[in-house]
Ligand binder design. Sequence first.
Ligand code: C5P
Length: 208
Amino acid sequence: MIIAIDGPAASGKGTLAKLIARHWGLPCLDTGLLYRAVARDVHARGFRLPDTWSAVALARSLDPSSLDDPGLRSPGTGEWASIVASISEVRAALLDYQRAFAAQPGGAVLDGRDIGTVVCPAADVKIFVTASPEVRARRRFLERQAQSEAVTYERGLADIQRRDARDAVRESAPMRSAADATLLDTSDLDIEAAFDAAVGLIKRKIGQ
Ligand code: C5P
C-alpha cells in the first residue's frame, strides 16, 4: 500500500506520516529532507543560491544516508530548500530515489508537496493535509520557543507565507492537492484527532 501525504509547512503532515507508517508497519520517507540536504550541500560548498548547476550536480550525487542530520530541520535550510526545489533538474534528479522508496515490497508512506501528483500518481491513498497559515505559524512559533530559539510569531508567519507562495507558484511540480486526494484540515485538530481522522479515511479508502 502506498500512502501519499502532501501539504504545506507545519500542516502536521510529517508527524501524521510517521504515525500512519508506524500504525501500518510501513517505511516512511520525509521527501522534504532530500531538498533540505541538497540545500545544505550547496551552502556547505560556499555556493550561492540559486546556483542551478551546482544544485543539480549535488542532487545527482546526494547520499541518502546523510538525511538524519539534525541541522536539516533548521528554518534557514527550509527556506533554501524551497529555492533548490524550484529547479526542475533538481526535482528530476531526486525522483528515482523517491519512486524506488515507494516501490518497496509492502509499500511505503511518503510525505511532501508533489507525492500524489508527480512522485506516486497511482498511490492507493492520497491525503492533502492543510491548516490556516496563522495556525501553522503559531505551531512553529511554539515549537521554536520551546527550543529557546529567538523567534517571533510575525516573522514565522511571514516565512510560512513566503514559502507557501514559492512552493505553490513554481512551474515544476507545484504544491497542490491531487484531484483524487482527500483534504484533511488540521486547523482545529490536535495531533491525536488528526491521526484518528487520517486512519478513518485510509480505512475507508482501502475498504478495511
Ligand atoms: O517539508 P519541508 O518543509 O521539509 O520541505 C522543505 C521544502 O522542500 C519545501 O518548502 C518545498 O519547497 C520542498 N519540497 C518539495 N517537494 C517535496 C518536498 C519538499 O518541493 N516533495
